[in-house]
Design a protein around this ligand. Sequence first.
Ligand code: SF4
Length: 347
Amino acid sequence: MTDAITVGGLETYLACPRQYEFAHVYGLAGDDDAEADRIDLLRRAICAALEADPTEPDALVETARTRLAALWDDHDERFHSRAQRRHERRVLEATLRAYADRVGLEHARGVERLRAAAEGDPELVGPGRTLSCTVSAPVAESEPGDGTDADPGGEKTIEANVDYVYAAESSIVAVRFVPTLAPLGLLRYRSEWDGDVETLFADHFDPDADVFEPSPIAALFETAVVLDGLRGLRDRLGLERRTCRYVRIPLADRSGTSVNWVRNSVEASLEIVDLTDVYVDHHTYGMTHEHRNATVDGRLERVVGRLISGAFDPSDRWERIERRICPRCEYAVCCQERIEREVRFDG
Ligand code: SF4
């Protein structure tokens, strides 16, 4: 394997290594996610509005709404009815308004500030702006029964997509629009690494602990990749004195949406999560003065080492994978572990 690994691929690998093999080694990953496609329309509309350098929230909303209307006309999704199609459009527009009122103008100004402060004319707004880091994978441990040989390790590029980068007071901040914050689990409700989050991270990788939380772990890996990529961008822009931060904004969080069916109106609120605080290990920060986490970075290297060595056997976490991941897996009909489990004789 020579291509870069995406953070989405890493999340799949954490959930089930065999699923990663089907999706990314055999190239069977599908992209038929209607909600993700809908979010992508809003993402593109907001990015277009940020590029237009709006001076007030209404201007941002208007530019984005115009772009959204054009994208929506070409959007081909099967809805139950025209009423549902109209409703989904209203939800997107309400989310757009919530974004503009909460942070849109501040972020648009931050994009312009960063552009003005940077040397050159950097590409700051996506969608799909890639930040990457290079991971030096150690020699992979060959484990009994996983079907791999020890791997000599090597360097691998890990890529993460963000939607834009802007300047805050003393930081540069990468923002990624996501459907919801639900995959963050505990990370959504904590503001520091020490304590619950540190324990969750350790327990996920402890074969004796009954903890299996691939999505929050993947979010911490993603934060490591984004911050490292952002540090590279920051240095190339000549802004070495700034710190780097990473924020997620959900665009399809139904818990933040309220519908008035009588007035036929929709209102949305926006919860924004800055993953930097929950990721930062203050011991490492104290030594490097960078937002880093030695535990997460070290584990990321080991997971990447296992992945590039071809360790796709899910046996060592089978019970958890079978319980949590297999029931929703689109490769179940061709997965030998799953099939063997289904046709075995009990007793
Ligand atoms: S069916 Fe289960 S074991 Fe097989 S690839 Fe899917 S999640 Fe993994």
